[in-house]
Design a protein around this ligand. Sequence first.
Ligand SMILES: [Zn+2]
Length: 123
Amino acid sequence: MRLKRIQSGAFAGPNNGRWKGGRYTNKGYVFVRIGVGKYRLEHLVVAEQKLGRALKRGEVVHHVNMDTTDNRPENLTICSQLAHMRIHFEYGCVLSRLLKHEELVAINERIVNEVDLRKIDVR
Ligand SMILES: [Zn+2]
């Protein structure tokens, strides 16, 4: 019993201070309860809901405003690793705070168009 309590970690249930009805934050990321004792990164769950399908291998979910706890659908961009690198190259945490959310969305869309969507069109 004692061992089990240790294994189940600090977020085992409602007795934990950070318990918020099946949601907790760890190292800047939000985890959400998806089943008995099962948790998943919330931004992946939201991204899949937004896409209407499971994420594919190599697909990366980027937080538009760089706030990894902000998992609103409009704050998530699904892109390739290359596009993700370009997005981070284009703006970082500091710049993301200076730009408006819609400006950040526009940057994300442009890069996804340039890097990911073009790849599909060109053969
Ligand atoms: Zn990112």
